[in-house]
Design a protein. Structure first.
Length: 412
């Protein structure tokens, strides 16, 4: 008995002196966990774990950091061979699901179970989906962090100043402000930008990932003027998207693109020329037709952007910034395009189209007369008429057959 007590005292003393030593327990132990991103195509998640009982189930849960009404996480089965000590892996293939923008962050954790019924859930870890092909530098202002890898510090400074000016102009003229900080990634060319996208369009020069608060643009140091305007344009998309974010927020394209074009400053000279030409020939698109996707034809797309700019300018000049802000709030609540305009301005899209055209010196376009729906009595009347015609037709057909048969019998 004394010997047993002595052994317990010695064991206790060792635990106090060397806290890293532990008594073996029946529990699941995570030996290692990591995520290996390969931008822009995939992220591979790896786990090594052991247990005193056979590990029978391993799931990976992950969640992308983005604007969301309700945080949504995904849970997938990891690939592994059951055993006392296992290596598990799962690869998120962006070619199958669509890509993530540079700088996106993914939170992940593991759920493990063994044959004895023991379960553990690891603490969340975060992997940043960076484009490690380039050596990025960064510059930060109050609301924007700009990343670039080619060009002097002054190049980045001019771009971030343009971003700040665009945000100030939007806030001053429309009352809309950036609610969450933005990250802007500047690639050195259009080609290198497209190399950062899983499924790029061949005409892509810049785009805003509005849910992530991230912008990616291809700007070379010798294309600074275009770059400043594009940064302002894409930033405006972030601002407007954040302003109407909610379960219902949906904007007509002319308003979304019009505000983004307005944020650039004065309308580009080539866009203004095309707008003036369309006005002189009375070949403008209607406001209603500009509420959905713009045409893919380059000239028609350019005119669509120019008209959207002109429409937003018309609303600001004649009704002020407070009305634009009110309009965005109404859209956030889920109003339809016509209903939102009626609530804020007292006219629908056709009314806006007419007033805007008059401001340009054109006649209002005639509003198409809506088709009057048939009421129940109309349907019954038409059914009765068709039934009567059918019966009369059958009678005449029977009479014709009777007379024909009678004529044949007489000949016989």
């Amino acid at each position: 008995m004394k010997r047993l007590c002595l052994l317990l005292i010695v064991a206790l003393a060792l635990l106090i002196a060397f806290p890293g030593i532990s008594v073996a327990q029946d529990e699941i132990t995570v030996l290692s966990s990591d995520a290996d991103p390969y931008f822009p195509y995939r992220i591979t998640f790896n786990l090594e774990a052991e247990s005193s009982s056979e590990i029978t189930d391993i799931d990976l849960a992950y969640r992308v950091e983005r604007l969301s009404l309700v945080p949504i996480s995904c849970r997938v089965d990891a690939d592994f061979t059951p055993g006392l000590r296992v290596n598990a892996t799962w690869t998120w293939n962006m070619l199958e699901t669509g890509g993530l923008p540079p700088g996106a962050e993914v939170e992940y954790w593991w759920l493990i179970e063994d044959a004895a019924g023991q379960k553990i859930e690891t603490s969340p870890a975060t992997v940043k989906f960076d484009d490690l092909r380039y050596d990025w530098s960064s510059q930060t202002s109050d609301q924007v962090t700009l990343y670039w890898y080619e060009g002097a510090y002054s190049f980045a400074e001019e771009l971030i100043d343009a971003a700040d000016e665009a945000l100030q102009r939007l806030a001053s003229d429309t009352g809309v402000s950036l609610e969450h900080p933005a990250k802007i990634y500047i690639y050195a060319s259009f080609e290198e930008l497209r190399g950062a996208l899983v499924y790029p369009f061949e005409w892509t020069g810049g785009l805003a990932f509005t849910d992530y608060g991230i912008i990616a643009i291809g700007i070379s140091p010798d294309n600074l003027t275009w770059g400043k305007r594009t940064i302002a344009h894409e930033l405006a998309h972030l601002v407007v998207h954040q302003a109407v974010f909610g379960p219902y927020g949906d904007l007509p394209t002319w308003l979304d693109e019009g505000l983004a074009s307005y944020a650039e400053g004065e309308l580009r000279s080539d866009f203004q020329f095309q707008l003036n030409e369309a006005i002189s020939e009375d070949e403008l698109f209607s406001v209603r037709s500009l509420s959905s996707s713009f045409p893919t034809d380059p000239d028609e797309a350019r005119l669509s952007y120019a008209q959207s700019y002109s429409l937003v300018q018309f609303l600001l000049d004649n009704y002020g910034r407070d009305k634009i802000l009110e309009l965005l709030d109404v859209f956030k609540e889920g109003s339809g395009y016509d209903d939102a305009l009626l609530q804020v301005y007292g006219f629908d899209m056709d009314g806006l189209n007419a007033l805007w055209r008059v401001s340009l010196g054109l006649e209002p376009q005639p509003t198409p007369t809506p088709t009057v729906p048939l009421v129940v009595s109309d349907v019954l009347g038409i059914s009765l008429l068709l039934g009567t015609i059918l019966i009369v037709g059958l009678v005449f057909a029977a009479l014709f057959i009777y007379l024909t048969l009678r004529s044949l019998r007489r000949r016989q």
